[in-house]
Design a protein around this ligand. Structure first.
Ligand code: E4P
Length: 223
């Protein structure tokens, strides 16, 4: 499973890139709002993320339009920012139609706000290269987001769509979400920075490290 970073924060992206685990970045309007992003700077900001990603790792930038023609126009404009831009489009009829048009032009789409098996299969059929089933938002309404994700992974992988389709476990809120996504065969988890840091940590790692360092002090004292 690859790790994408779910953020628009450049420092977080640079930091995770330095760990050697960054597989891509996903942004959305809320994440851009959270960093105080300005409308007129949006495309330049996506360009800066693409640069940190060496113009190779996929960077999802979301359309906020509601009609197919406008979404396609957004997609063409966003894709022109850098070769590694993936156009993020909400799962809805106009989004499916726009995905079909963009895929025909060779522009990659990440179909977002996906919650059900039929939505995911339709996204794949329309030509989406990535599908983002949301986990945490199901948990937020007292449903089991992980079992919903498992159903999407199983159903999508039952079929061939004539093009590669990768499933991105999205709306990830915990290290357990990440672990379970990997166990069920999700291709990617897009993870907020704080959760990704927690994925590195374990109390037994901390305890083991403390005892190794303490014993090494004793070795030094014996010198
Ligand atoms: C990713 O593509 C989504 O935009 C993101 O994971 C949503 O997460 P949230 O439900 O925590 O806002």
């Amino acid at each position: 499973m690859k790790f994408f970073l779910d953020t628009a924060n450049l420092d977080e992206i640079r930091e995770v890139a330095s760990w050697g685990v960054l597989g891509g970045v996903t942004t959305n309007p809320s994440l851009y709002c959270r960093i105080g992003g300005k409308l007129e700077d949006f495309e330049a900001h996506i360009g800066r993320i693409c640069e940190i990603c060496d113009y190779e790792l996929p960077v999802s930038a979301e359309s906020v339009s509601m009609t197919r023609d406008e979404i396609v126009a957004d997609g063409i404009r966003l894709a022109a920012i850098a070769p590694n831009v993936v156009v993020k489009i909400p799962t809805m009829i106009e989004g499916l139609a726009a995905t079909r048009e963009l895929a025909k032009r060779g522009i990659k789409v990440n179909m977002t706000l996906c919650f059900t098996v039929p939505q995911a299969i339709m996204a794949a059929r329309a030509g989406a290269a990535y599908i983002s089933p949301f986990v945490g938002r199901f948990d937020d309404i007292s449903e089991d987001g992980l079992s919903q994700l498992a159903q999407v992974v199983e159903a999508v992988n039952n079929y061939d769509y004539g093009h590669p389709v990768e499933i991105i476990a999205a709306s990830v809120r915990s290290a357990n979400h990440v672990a379970q996504a990997a166990l069920m065969g999700a291709d990617i988890a897009t993870v907020p920075y704080g959760v990704l840091k927690k994925c590195v940590e374990h109390p037994l790692t901390d305890r083991g490290l403390a005892s190794f360092l303490a014993d090494w002090e004793k070795v030094k004292a014996n010198a």
